[in-house]
Design a protein around this ligand. Sequence first.
Ligand code: AMP
Length: 396
Amino acid sequence: MNKASITDYKYLEGTKVLLREDFNVPINKNGVISDDKKIIEALPTIKFLMEKGAKIIIVSHLGRPEGKVKPEFSLAPVVEKLKELLNKPILFETELFSEHMQKMLRTMKNGDIMVLENIRFYPEEEKNDEEFSKKLANLADIYCDDAFGTAHRAHASIAGVTKFIPSYCGLLMAKEVEVFTKLINEPQRPFVAVLGGAKVSDKIKLISSLIDKVDCIIIGGAMAYTFLSAEGYNVGKSKVDESKIEYAKLLLEKAENKKVKIYLPIDHLVAKEFSFLADYDTYTNAKFPQDGIGMDIGPKTIKLFSKVISQAKMAYWNGPMGVFEYKRFSKGTQAIAKAMAENKNIMVVGGGDSAAAVRNFDLEKDFYFVSTGGGASLAMLEGSELAGLVNLKDKE
Ligand code: AMP
């Protein structure tokens, strides 16, 4: 995939740019942003557009207000943060398509920024409504998408709008697309996929297409218990998706036929209760206690997984190895992050919890790339067409 970047567009001065950002930041009860990483990551494209004299209309979602105006999901705190970071006034428009908005648009000067209120306050957004998309597109001359984390969603401000105006990648989006295109088109072998986390139903389908692309797959986190159950092991009271055990068996069979090695945990930190204070012991697969919950991979597994990662020429990681939010069960995730950070080949971590873990362990700088997209990066890797990318202009 070779998409044109906004830097390829030569006529930005005075041009109205509808800029899709991912400002879906965590905001606490007092309206304070607890992690502004997504806003910081948006700055290079915003600053670039400002310097080139574009008129910037920013659209983003925040949380899941389900098509209703819910003040707790307002982008107002984000606007305040942006003002602080850019040291300039910013227009905040709460009434989309209103007279007031049209007037503001007419008075915008080159380099000015207008932020639209949470686009998910409008039910048409998630329905990818055609008329709504057209009206959004009519606000600007061109569209720029810098929200890789949502690029897989067929929503109006991501996909719909691209049908109606020339559409380009923002700087961050261009980098994301470049990295994942490299992973798909120029695999360096051994290519290792490391999957963890809890959402088995989301990720299990992906494993089938990964088997066609990678040399081995490491599976940890809660997901491993569905696979260990498929192999006939007792996993006590660990989190298992019963409805996916049969499918997991098929995947194990497919991998074997394709000579793709699947590595599952061989030992575990097992607790009696799901709590951050829970006492735990280490057990191998054969000795897993009936009343135990697997909370993290054990030391032998850490050694095994780390060795496999150390030999990789390319690796992609998505999903924690254990309940890493609880300090005592974060060792597995930390060890994987460390093993990848120590490997100087192409090590990529895909969004969500694993990217957050890499940042928390202060290892971000040691990675080839830390993606801002979890679901979107998995979709790229799977080779599926991302709704938000389809109509973005190709590089000439
Ligand atoms: P996901 O969104 O699919 O990447 O899942 C992330 C979540 O998986 C995190 O909140 C982890 O606490 C959770 N998780 C990882 N390992 C386990 C486990 N062994 N048991 C229960 N939850 C887990």
